[in-house]
Design a protein around this ligand. Structure first.
Ligand code: NDP
Length: 338
């Protein structure tokens, strides 16, 4: 028997509030028998990395409100994308010992997946030799989000300029990398001077500003741009409606400004009409990711895309998740149990 630490959903967090570590999310430890008899098709996995993503906040709600993702089950580990290594397999399992698997993981150090759950995992061999954290970041769901939103909605053309909010985060940095590869110029916004420095010096954007200390509308009015990648909504989106070019395209990816605080609404919605702006939202899990796995992991391995990651070691009481919601992450937020 060994101890198996988990991060559980302990109490629903009311809307327009930040979750409190140790209250809404709590770390617990139970014993697990690593030599247990596994059912047919089941596998025992050691979790290596777990992804922290802003959308998890909406799953910390009380039952009863419909959304595109269900609320978490109380007193059970929260779940999200992860990577683990198969330690043991039951008879007839479709994956073998030592193999890596990617998919939806409970936040526990060790996990038994039954046959049905195993069928939903993606086995892979990491032939590209990427850090495992990258498989839940630029080579995982956030990378797919950037890839799909650009391919299906923005349809960027060489020579255009795109504005990206929450630009140093998991999705934002991939939007920047893919747009630079496609020959676009990038305007980037983030919430600290340190992030702005990284955007300029590591991600090579043409323009970057701190949205907390800059007049967003005034800044954007000086540069012409055709596409806006919206990760945050709120005052940034309002400034975009005033400043984006006529027939601009807006990719509705997220609304980080509204996840823990009440929305103040938009005062200039008519700009969508008068400027003939296209706004299209999307949920990556409902989209075809196309050639993502053929193209992106190899580009990262060759150094053509250089992911920036914010790694927290070990399971805590939800502090790392709160840090992400408050903007303390520089790059993709990942929990490493390696
Ligand atoms: P990030 O790594 O960008 O982290 C979230 C960031 O949100 C924080 O670092 C913080 O950065 C920013 N933020 C927090 N509060 C505010 C605020 N009030 N106003 C503006 N920015 C704020 O997260 P991801 O890259 O994982 O996700 C980016 C967005 O994409 C999120 O909205 C997420 O929900 C969405 N998303 C959508 C998907 C889809 O299928 N549509 C799939 C995946 C993600 P800062 O310091 O700059 O404030």
């Amino acid at each position: 028997m060994v101890q198996n630490k988990s991060l559980i959903f302990a109490e629903a967090c009311p809307p327009a509030q930040y979750p409190v570590p140790g209250k809404h999310l709590k770390s617990v430890s139970n014993e697990i028998d690593l030599d247990q008899q596994l059912a047919q098709g089941a596998i025992l996995v050691k979790t290596e990395v777990l992804s922290l993503d802003p959308y998890l906040r909406s799953r910390l709600r009380a039952p009863g409100t419909k959304s595109y993702v269900p609320e978490f089950e109380l007193n059970k580990p929260i779940e999200n994308f992860g990577v683990g290594e198969v330690l043991r397999t039951g008879e007839g399992a479709s994956v073998s010992k030592g193999q890596l698997v990617y998919g939806s993981f409970p936040f526990s150090e060790y996990v038994v997946f039954d046959k049905d759950a195993v069928s939903k995992l993606r086995p892979f061999d990491n032939k590209e030799g990427l850090p495992l954290s990258t498989w839940v970041g630029s080579a995982g769901m956030p990378g797919q989000t950037a890839h799909v939103g650009l391919k299906d909605i923005a349809k960027p053309k060489k020579g255009e300029t795109i504005f990206v909010s929450s630009a140093s985060g998991a999705v934002g940095q991939m939007v920047i990398a893919l747009c630079h590869r496609a020959g676009l110029k990038v305007i980037a916004a983030a919430g600290s001077d340190e992030k702005v420095e990284i955007l300029k010096n590591k991600l090579g954007v043409e323009h970057a500003f701190n949205y907390k200390t800059t007049d967003i509308k005034e800044y954007l009015s000086k540069i012409s741009y055709q596409i806006y990648w919206d990760n945050v909504a709120g005052p940034t989106l309002e400034a975009v409606l005033d400043t984006i070019e006529v027939r601009g395209r807006i990719v509705g990816c997220g609304a980080a400004s509204e996840y823990n605080e009440s929305s103040k609404g938009l005062t200039n919605v008519f700009r969508l009409v008068s400027k003939e702006i296209l706004y299209e939202g999307f949920i990556v899990l409902n989209r075809d990711i196309g050639n993502f796995y053929d193209e992106i992991p190899a580009a990262i391995a060759k150094g053509e895309i250089k992911p920036i990651e914010h790694i927290t070691k070990g399971l805590d009481n939800g502090e790392a998740f709160l840090e992400l919601l408050k903007g303390g992450n520089i790059g993709k937020a990942v929990i490493s149990l390696e």
